[in-house]
Design a protein around this ligand. Structure first.
Ligand SMILES: CC(C)(COP(=O)(O)OP(=O)(O)OC[C@H]1O[C@@H](n2cnc3c(N)ncnc32)[C@H](O)[C@@H]1OP(=O)(O)O)[C@@H](O)C(=O)NCCC(=O)NCCS
Length: 406
């Protein structure tokens, strides 16, 4: 067994070498500098074989929008890496156990991550909580059925304006969107650094805003990769992010982005499944939509998590929660919900549903219905009709969306 503990400042260089190597990179000077600067804002834990660091992981301090709009504290897990000389000997399991113990002790009810491979994390109680779409659209198949709003205009801004304004626009765009976890300060810094090695042959960023009555109501950040085969334009527009505080702003920005000249193909990732763009297009089949797993959520404290979100229906249901990895969550829980509030109590009453922790995490934000998961595995209906009731209890007005990859 490996020792798992927080690393010390002296161990930062070894820590960075481990996960850079595992991801096939040699760490840059910038990376060393950033890791030193951010050491106090995040928790870096490692697994050690004797004195040698052989595995890494980081917990960031995120805020997650829950159904109903309240904000939960979430540990955002990144840089999970086990040196290839030590794989499949329990180092990851040790790190995962350490995260859960640490977050639970700190009263942080959620953990979340983006997975490098989707088969790794459900064994640790993570559920696939938000779906995301990667889009590809060819010019000139981008005719829109909508007009941009009459008021306001799209204009270019410089990188300093983007740096100053984007966090506020994102904060306003996230209202009412479950699953949204805005960038922390450190992730904003990385976003705006726009390092040449991250451009993959494309330009530096261009930034535009949609401004209405003097106020920025949306932004887009994109790159252009120049392609001129046989002197015929086929540039790629690589949209990094589009954020809008309301539908008018979204319409204005898409109108602008899909109308840029000299573009052959438009690429954008991390869009929500219920985005209205397909309905704006005259020829929606031309929008190639690739659906992928988005954010994986772990309910570190199931009772606290159930109590923190809101519910649109009135019902009372007993869940038998199974959680081998975090045994403090296991047991029978009565969930009394109504639009006025929620009560979560332990009970000995017979359960309506038996549910695995990963399945509960997958339905928690409203991204997938309970009955859909039950048709596969992980949920058992103990009382007839309970699945349909659970579908109604956990339903959300809008699909959860996690637009920030970390
Ligand atoms: C994925 C990774 C962290 C796993 O670390 P590890 O120390 O080998 O994992 P463990 O030994 O604790 O494995 C725990 C269980 O998960 C399984 N598992 C872990 N990673 C797996 C993978 N990529 N594919 C299939 N099974 C995997 C193991 O087989 C083991 O199963 P078991 O308990 O039934 O025996 C490691 O292989 C790695 O660093 N990969 C490259 C980087 C990466 O993908 N990181 C994840 C970032 S989100």
């Amino acid at each position: 067994m490996f020792e798992v503990r927080l690393i010390t400042r002296d161990e930062i260089a070894a820590f960075i070498r481990v996960h850079s190597m595992v991801y096939g990179r040699h760490p840059s000077e910038t990376y060393f500098r950033q890791a030193n600067e951010r050491f106090d804002e995040q928790r870096d834990s490692g697994a050690f074989d004797g004195d040698t660091l052989i595995a890494s992981s980081v917990i960031h301090d995120f805020r997650l929008t829950l159904p109903g709009g309240s904000i939960g504290r979430a540990g955002g897990i990144t840089n999970v890496a086990v040196q290839p000389t030590h794989r499949r000997r329990g180092a990851l399991t040790g790190l995962m156990r350490d995260h859960m113990t640490r977050l639970h002790a700190d009263g942080i009810p959620f953990a979340m991550l983006w997975a490098s491979e989707s088969l790794i994390y459900s064994r640790f109680g993570y559920g696939l909580a938000t779906w995301t779409e990667r889009w590809r659209l060819e010019q000139p198949r981008t005719a829109l059925l909508i007009e941009p709003p009459a008021e306001g205009a799209v204009e270019f801004v410089d990188a300093d304006t983007a740096r100053a304004e984007w966090p506020d626009v994102m904060a306003r765009a996230m209202v009412g969107r479950p699953g949204f976890a805005p960038r922390t300060r450190a992730f904003w810094e990385t976003f705006h650094e726009d390092l040449p090695e991250q451009r993959d042959g494309a330009s530096a960023y261009f930034h535009v805003v949609y401004r209405r009555a003097g106020s920025i109501e949306g932004y887009a950040t994109y790159r252009v990769a120049n392609r001129w085969p046989e002197r015929i334009f086929a540039n790629e527009l690589r949209i990094r992010e589009v954020m809008a505080t309301d539908e008018g702003a979204a319409r204005a920005l898409w109108h602008f982005l899909l109308g840029i000249d000299l573009i052959g193909e438009i690429l954008v990732d991390l869009r929500p499944p219920d985005d209205p763009l397909p309905w704006m297009l005259a020829d929606p089949r031309r929008l190639r939509r690739n659906v992928q797993d988005g954010m994986w959520l772990r309910l570190v404290d199931v009772r606290a998590a159930l109590a923190q979100r809101t519910y649109a229906t009135t019902d009372s249901m007993v869940l038998e929660v199974r959680d081998a990895f975090c045994p403090w969550n296991a047991g029978r829980i009565r969930l009394d919900v109504s639009p006025e509030g929620v009560r979560v109590t332990d009970t000995d009453d017979a359960p309506d549903l038996a549910i695995e922790a990963w399945a509960l995490a997958a339905i928690y934000l409203g991204g997938t219905r309970t009955s859909t998961i039950a048709a596969a595995r992980g949920v058992e209906e103990r009382v007839m009709g309970a699945l349909q009731r659970a579908d109604a209890i956990f339903a959300t007005e809008r699909a959860p969306w996690t637009p920030v990859f970390f």
